[in-house]
Design a protein around this ligand. Structure first.
Ligand code: FES
Length: 140
C-alpha cells in the first residue's frame, strides 16, 4: 500500500483541525511548487503549547502530517516544538512516499513560523538562523 495505516487514520480523522480566536501566535507557509497552504494556531502559556489548531489547503499527506505534528507538540515546551523535524513527523506516520515528503515540511514550517510570530509579538530574543527556512518558504 502506498500510504501507511497511520497516515490513512490521520488523513481520515485529522486531529486539531480548525481555527482559534484567541491564538497567541499564527504561522502560515505555502509551498511554491504545489501551491498548498498551511496555517497553524498556537495557544501558549509559560512557554508551553497549551493548544494547537491547523487549517490547510493541502493534500492528504499535508493533512496527515499536520495532524501528527500538532499531536506531537501539544502540551510541550516551545523549544521542543522548534526542534520537531519533518523527519520525526514522517517517522511517526510510519513513512510517506518519497514524492510526498515535502508535504510534511509544510507542517514543520508552519509551526516554526507560528513560534517566530510569538517571539516577534512578545519581543523575545531568538537566534534568527533557526528560522531561515521559514522566511524562505513564507507565502507572503
Ligand atoms: Fe502540496 Fe502535499 S502536494 S502539500
Amino acid at each position: 500500500m502506498l500510504y501507511s495505516e497511520v497516515v490513512m487514520d490521520h488523513f481520515m480523522n485529522p486531529r486539531n483541525v480548525g481555527t482559534m480566536d484567541d491564538a497567541d501566535a499564527v504561522g502560515e507557509v505555502g509551498n511554491a511548487k504545489c501551491g498548498d497552504i498551511m496555517r497553524i494556531y498556537l495557544k501558549i502559556n509559560n512557554d508551553i503549547i497549551e493548544d494547537v489548531k491547523f487549517e490547510t489547503f493541502g493534500c492528504g499527506s499535508a493533512i496527515a502530517s499536520s495532524s501528527m505534528a500538532t499531536e506531537m507538540i501539544k502540551g510541550k515546551p516551545l523549544s521542543d516544538a522548534l526542534n520537531l523535524t519533518n523527519k520525526a513527523v514522517t517517522e511517526a506516520l510510519d513513512g510517506l512516499p518519497a514524492h510526498k515528503i515535502h508535504c510534511s515540511v509544510l507542517a514543520e514550517g508552519a509551526i516554526k513560523a507560528a513560534i517566530k510570530d510569538y517571539y516577534d509579538k512578545n519581543g523575545i530574543e531568538y537566534d534568527k538562523a533557526m528560522f531561515k527556512e521559514v522566511d524562505h518558504e513564507h507565502a507572503h
